[in-house]
Design a protein around this ligand. Sequence first.
Ligand SMILES: NC(=O)c1ccc[n+]([C@@H]2O[C@H](COP(=O)([O-])OP(=O)(O)OC[C@H]3O[C@@H](n4cnc5c(N)ncnc54)[C@H](OP(=O)(O)O)[C@@H]3O)[C@@H](O)[C@H]2O)c1
Length: 331
Amino acid sequence: MADKIRWGIISTARIGERAVIPAIQNSANGEVVAVGSRDLQRARAFAGKLGIPRAYGSYEALLEDPDIDAIYNPLPNDQHAEWSIKAAAAGKHVLCEKPLASDAVEAQEMVDAFKQHNRLLAEAFMYRFHPRTQRVLEMVQSGAVGDVHFISSAFTFAVSDEANIRLFGSMAGGGIMDVGCYAVGVMRFLTGEEPVAWSCFAHFNDRDADEFAAGALVFPSGVLGHFDCGLRTFRQDGYEIRGSTGRIVVENGFTPPKDRPTKIRHWQGDKYTEIEIPPVDQYQLMVEDFADALLNNRPPRFPAEDAVLAMRLMDGLRASARANQAQISAL
Ligand SMILES: NC(=O)c1ccc[n+]([C@@H]2O[C@H](COP(=O)([O-])OP(=O)(O)OC[C@H]3O[C@@H](n4cnc5c(N)ncnc54)[C@H](OP(=O)(O)O)[C@@H]3O)[C@@H](O)[C@H]2O)c1
């Protein structure tokens, strides 16, 4: 392989345009060579707007391009597994959007298929690459809040377009899948543990997608997590850790701005400190890690096996929300 990974983009998704394609184009070790869409005109217009050299009118044609090393997959959640596995069979590595699949069974099938084809798969959870997230982890591990008792987190925003893929259960949408995955993901990240118990409550729309939800989790070390997430609620995005001697608050915890410093707010005893973290593009750090893993034949920072565990939790939360809803409806 050369010194740069050649990326193909599967679909004209908004997140590609807004964040991931510019991140690859600015990256030190990657370039975007092609985009594939279900519609050739759309692919051409998108390629023209973003300065992408090649445009294809089908996903199949994109996967057949021999000059592509890796695919970035931001398809609707229910198509992540299908097209990532097709890409692996076509010899491509894949950075797939979160959540990795529709459920844990599919996520495991993806991991197995990529092993079989000897290709690299990773999930595009960008906030884990931000130095602030890493700094919070180090602080928690070094006792900055004492013994951790609670992690609370929230990720909500209001979808305005009724055709948005997130509002359809049939596309593996819903708030738990779309943004709940961050809210509980940060708890797994900070504890390094899988929860042993959880419960979740949600409001579902008439398309079988949860629109806003809240839940609680118990981790083996005793940490209690609580979260809310949703697609119809005023924006909130962050997390807080409270322990026996202190508290850490991280605002815009999952989507920090890339053009100005961010903060960690820390209380311990009577002391309050604000730690400033210089701006970075966390998407760029993510795509550079993936490309570097390929170029140097090393594992990515966050292997896809972690995403299977994350999907198991998502399955559990969604099952709990449904069971609780059935119980409430029966009252
Ligand atoms: N990491 C992050 O920060 C972040 C942020 C937002 C979203 N995401 C993830 O990225 C993925 C895409 O989200 P998005 O908001 O960018 O979605 P979007 O704008 O709706 O794009 C999805 C794309 O999938 C293609 N597609 C194929 N079948 C489709 C169907 N039946 N209905 C609609 N689109 C279809 C379309 O491309 P063509 O028409 O060109 O084929 C469409 O542009 C999701 O998995 C989401 O969870 C991640």
